[in-house]
Write a protein that binds this ligand. Structure first.
Ligand SMILES: [Mg+2]
Length: 166
């Protein structure tokens, strides 16, 4: 079975749109790194997760991937605080108890926490895909709608099932 790592923010839940809305409400400039970092460290992730929509039926799509028995499925997510890690794990344990969650501190690339070699990463951030491919991993870009980027793109997570024959 292939190792399959699925990103959380912007792939499973639309936390990116939600946090950008919040930043705007608070009058924080997205380019103001220091204040943005502070916002993420202090954010109420319980509330944020409760109020954020799933993207393109992501939870059911992951259930389909698990049912295909083709992959060892992990969620691989960057975190800014312990509170964020706790709330993401609680949410995922409830929705997808069969999936292992790997939390990576924001300061460290995902490729330094898990071994990308021959493993698949589905992520919405091109930078992560690029880094993953450099380390001989297979990168797939998750998009809400097709964008025609430099990477293979999917809009629904279960599309990965038919991309690999084993
Ligand atoms: Mg993401």
């Amino acid at each position: 079975m292939k190792q399959l790592y699925i990103d959380f923010d912007g792939v499973i839940l639309d936390t990116m749109s939600k946090t950008y809305e919040e930043l705007e409400k608070l009058g924080i400039d997205k380019k103001d790194q220091k204040r943005v970092m502070q916002y993420f460290r202090d954010a109420d992730w319980k509330k944020l997760i409760e109020e954020t929509k799933e993207i393109n039926d992501s939870i059911n799509e992951i259930k389909k991937i698990c049912a295909s028995k083709k992959f060892n499925v992990y969620v691989l997510t960057h975190i800014n605080s312990t509170a964020e890690m706790v709330e993401k794990i609680k949410y995922l344990h409830k929705k997808l108890p069969q999936v292992t969650v790997v939390s990576v501190p924001k300061e460290i690339p995902k490729t330094e926490v898990v071994n990308p070699s021959a493993a698949i990463l589905i992520d919405d951030f091109s930078g992560n895909i690029k880094e993953w491919q450099k380390k001989l991993g297979i990168g797939i870009k998750f998009v809400k709608e097709l964008e025609g980027s430099d990477y293979p793109e999917i809009t629904h997570l279960s599309e990965v099932i038919d991309m690999f024959n084993q």
